[in-house]
Design a binder for this molecule. Structure first.
Ligand code: UT7
Length: 337
């Protein structure tokens, strides 16, 4: 399991200074999918809320998406890449086994003074990364950081499995975090959890030490993502509700104080059920899964970028980010934007 951090009492705060997102151009519709597997637009839209998803070509990789999102985020804050102290790429579909995807981003943007690494916590990865940066900034050890969520899930999708191939899309979102000691409070609270007991609910087993490169897989489908949809569905609702309630309790907030809850986009029905249990009004729960599908670690920063660019959240607003995914993992942050 895990432990929340205490709400921020440090004189320093980690502010979300810039944001950006990038998705590949190519779009795969539900009708396109119905030509590949036995499904319909109606089934997918009703059960998941997804209508389309953006997918990469063979040439487009995770580092490319991450770099494009990073460049956009840096532009909004007018920060030079060489002034970054840290880059974290949250991803479960990295550029390669090693080096990290973050190494490729560092090289592409010229962030030569940063230390960089990838963080593998699936759909919760972006939020885990925010809480790591929060700690470094609150202790005064870091000034500028770039956190990216980037995924090319369609590269590990089993296009013969209709229960999973309809769910996922590719994309990247990024934020620039800066240390500040003024009244703008940035990340106020973070809470992170894991439950390794349930690792089998969502996994991709190939490409690691359990299945060495020179050993044939006992099941060739282990190169693809495997999901136990029902189990994930139920656990996701439970953990999202718990995490958001914890944010309210620990920060002394009510729904009236919060402008927007931005959940990981995994399934519109999961989000709606959790929102109903939390008694959140529709206009305070952001959803864009209809356009992108589930992009794992990229989904929250893509949604955050959309909310900020369209004025759905403005500077000074309190927002809650909440994620749930493979591991199992779940996390939430309260942020004064
Ligand atoms: O970010 C974390 C990753 N996200 C997830 O793991 C997703 C979480 N789970 C879900 O979103 C939902 O469980 C799914 C969308 C995956 C499945 O929806 P469901 O309402 O839980 O459906 P189900 O698995 O209970 O299946 C109901 C029926 C089955 O047919 P029978 O056995 O009732 O005849 C399935 O074979 O729907 C069938 N089915 C489909 N039919 C048409 C499953 N996938 C499809 C499909 N098109 N794509």
């Amino acid at each position: 399991m895990g432990k929340p951090t205490d709400p921020c009492t440090s004189p320093y705060h980690a502010i979300i200074a810039g944001y950006g997102a990038y998705v590949p151009e190519k779009i795969l519709t539900n009708d396109d999918l119905s030509e590949i597997v036995d499904t319909t637009d109606e089934w997918i839209a009703t059960r998941t809320g997804i209508k389309t998803r953006h997918i990469t070509t063979d040439e487009e990789t995770t580092a490319l998406l991450a770099t494009e999102a990073a460049k956009k985020a840096l532009k909004t804050v007018k920060l030079k890449a060489k002034d970054l102290d840290l880059i974290i790429v949250a991803t479960i579909t990295p550029e390669m086994v090693f080096p990290s995807t973050a190494s490729f981003v560092q090289r592409a943007i010229g962030a030569k003074n940063a230390w960089v690494f990838d963080l593998a916590a699936a759909c919760s990865g972006f939020l885990y990364a925010l809480s790591i940066v929060q700690q470094f900034m609150e202790t005064g050890c870091m000034e500028n950081a770039l956190v990216i969520g980037a995924e090319t899930l369609t590269k590990i999708t089993n296009w013969k499995d209709r229960t999973s191939c309809i769910l996922f899309g590719d994309g990247a979102g990024a934020v620039v975090l800066q240390r500040a000691d003024d009244s703008r409070r940035g990340i106020i609270f973070s809470t992170n959890y894991s439950e390794g007991e349930r690792w089998q609910a969502l996994n991709c087993q190939a490409f690691g030490s359990r299945y060495p490169s020179d050993k044939e897989l006992d099941d060739p489908d282990k190169i693809y993502m495997e999901i136990k949809g029902r189990e994930v569905y139920q656990q996701a609702i439970r953990r999202i509700v718990e995490a958001v309630n914890e944010c309210f309790d620990r920060c002394g907030l009510t729904m009236d104080d919060v402008k927007m809850v931005i959940p990981h986009q995994m399934n519109a029905r999961i989000i709606e059920s959790a929102a109903k249990r939390l008694k959140l009004p529709d206009e305070k729960v952001y959803m864009n899964i209809n356009k992108y599908g589930n992009t794992s670690a990229a989904s929250i920063p893509i949604a955050l970028d959309e909310c900020a660019r369209t004025g759905k959240i403005e500077r000074g607003d309190i927002i809650i980010l909440v994620a749930f995914g493979a591991g199992l993992t779940w996390a939430a942050n309260v942020i004064e934007f």
